[in-house]
Design a protein around this ligand. Sequence first.
Ligand code: CP
Ligand code: NVA
Length: 309
Amino acid sequence: MPHFIDLAVAGRAGLRIILDEAHRRKAARAGLPKGAPDADAPLAGHVLAMIFEKPSTRTRFSFDVGVRQLGGSTIVTSAADMQLGRGETVADTARVLSRMVDAVMLRCANHATIEELGDTATVPVINGLTDLTHPCQAMADMMTVEERLGRPVEDTCWAWCGDGNNMAHSLIEAASVMGFELRLGVPHGYDPDAAIVATAGARGGTVDVLHKAAAAVDGADVVVTDTWVSMGQVPPKDKLAAMAPFQVTARLMAAAAPNAVFLHCLPVHRGEEVTADVIDGPQSAVWDEAENRLHVQKAILLWCLGKIG
Ligand code: CP
Ligand code: NVA
């Protein structure tokens, strides 16, 4: 049973299978009520456990509705309401859940926690965000770019602007696995994790960490950013000032390709990482991007459970 803890496990072929399945299923159910099952209901009889250590809107609703559309059901809980919150080990939790559910989605702070769950679980474990990575969001981002630009993500060039955070890390992995160019404009002191960048380079990816927003965005097909302060982070007091030159503005978007797509995983802080005219403007694909969490995670579940690929 493969986990979906990091993008590299599926490899380029696996990620392509997942993206194609997501596009296909989205088209096939156009016009259906959101709670109606897909015609084949491939996860009938299956149950997904969803465990949250941190808040969530998109991840919670997209997995829950997605599993219903696949014909299955979910159990949603906060980690604090489980014995995990009183010190039961992650490994023992994995052993118990593996006897009761068909897959587990976890959103947690420490990446080591989800790796520990994956080490012991005998059912697939899906990463719903850690402080290190957010692979499901990167999949939705790639799906959205393919929809908007009408060509494979492999043939696009992306620019990240802002913090070298969990989203940046998953896009670095995505770029190096799928083989698209990614330039990151980040302030000095807020670079992405050096080991993740090095692994991407060793994989043969074209991932460049720059320290100028304009240089990152120059001619890019996709401009993507995220909050400057992630969940649970206590930022250094000069962080927002350091980030300010990396704000995505209409002027910065004008340096990208003429039909460039703007992405943001949400939630957004208008006037911080992006101006309102950009995120609410015609180049923004953020609402499609949010919806595509639903479609791509259905395909991720099917891949993990051996129904596709
Ligand atoms: N983008 C994203 O993961 O949103 P939530 O925190 O609302 O799940
Ligand atoms: N970097 C953000 C992503 C939220 C979906 C965070 O971790 O809070």
